[in-house]
Design a protein around this ligand. Structure first.
Ligand SMILES: Nc1ncnc2c1ncn2[C@@H]1O[C@H](COP(=O)(O)OP(=O)(O)OP(=O)(O)O)[C@@H](O)[C@H]1O
Ligand SMILES: [Mg+2]
Length: 273
């Protein structure tokens, strides 16, 4: 069962104009993401992925085009989106408050966004942590747990608001390979249990194929969709799937598309990563 969360990006264009130096980050970018779909976005560094995520999150307005959520206008130049509890972001560099315990951090969203009383919010937080197998760290402070566990706590904090849409910007980028695998399993279990719509940005193509229902490969800046790869692998998924011929073929296809765009960016002086 899904809780809504269909996203329709229609001709989204974003021009940054710092000090008159125009940077076109998105140019007539369109994509349709179904409610409860796990969508992964890959593309060359600096192409505009975070810009698109921020527009969906409501952190900045579009220069042209529209974004719809469940068929309702969410953002246009004349009606910029505002952040809301229906869309929650998990940031690249983490955002837990170091002075709060994990339970207090997880309770923060339901209090701030869902307007729960502190007592109810704490109960909801403890319930979320228990469902996610994180009860043991409820009373720990972020600085006292490992980076992988912190990432999981951040996902728990995001999910405590029961958002329709979970937006993740390279959330596991800084983790070592083993911790990444555990984090993938964690996120997949959250997804299989709650089916939010997921918009997940990464540069790791194995991660993209392993997690996604569909992978959107973006062009070099300004970003538009270059290619959409369907990943018809059954769920729940096991990391050993990555060695299968189907996964290897999809990965090669994805890599070829991203590499072609990264080379274009490189040739015009952008940094390839
Ligand atoms: N606030 C801003 N003001 C001016 N230019 C910006 C701003 N934010 C992003 N840009 C520029 O817009 C372009 C797209 O940036 P964005 O961060 O969306 O790319 P990205 O695909 O997320 O990159 P990365 O893979 O490195 O995270 C880049 O050229 C960037 O320098
Ligand atoms: Mg980015």
């Amino acid at each position: 069962m899904t809780r809504g969360g269909a996203i329709s990006v229609r001709g989204a264009t974003k021009v940054y104009d710092p000090d008159g130096a125009r940077v076109i980050a998105l140019d007539h970018c369109s994509m349709e993401i179904g409610a409860g779909e796990f969508c992964v976005v890959v593309g060359p560094s600096g192409c505009g992925k975070t810009t698109l995520l921020n527009a969906i999150a409501g952190f900045h307005e579009l220069t042209a085009g529209e974004i719809h959520l469940n068929g309702q206008l969410l953002s246009s130049p004349s009606q910029p989106a505002t952040p809301g509890s229906d869309r929650v972001v998990v940031f690249q560099n983490g955002a837990l408050f170091p002075w709060m315990t994990i339970a207090e951090n997880v309770a923060f969203g339901p209090m701030a966004q869902n307007k729960l009383e502190p007592k109810q919010a704490k109960e909801a937080a403890l319930e979320t942590l228990e469902t996610m197998g994180l009860s043991l760290i409820a009373n720990d402070y972020p600085g006292r747990i490992s980076s992988g566990t912190r990432r999981r706590a951040e996902i728990a904090r995001a999910m405590a608001c029961h958002p329709q849409v979970l937006l993740l910007d390279e959330p596991f980028r800084a983790l070592d390979a083993l911790t990444k695998t555990v984090s993938h399993q964690f996120l997949m279990e959250v997804y299989d249990r709650e089916r939010p719509t997921i918009f997940f940005i990464t540069h790791d193509l194995d991660e993209a194929i392993f997690l996604a229902s569909r992978v959107f490969v973006m062009t070099t800046r300004p970003a538009t969709v270059k290619k959409i790869l369907e990943v018809p692998l059954p769920r729940p998924r096991d990391f050993r799937l990555l060695a299968s011929p189907d996964c290897q073929r999809l990965r090669a296809e994805c890599q070829a598309a991203v590499r072609a765009e990264a080379l274009k960016a490189f040739s015009v002086g952008e940094r390839e990563r």
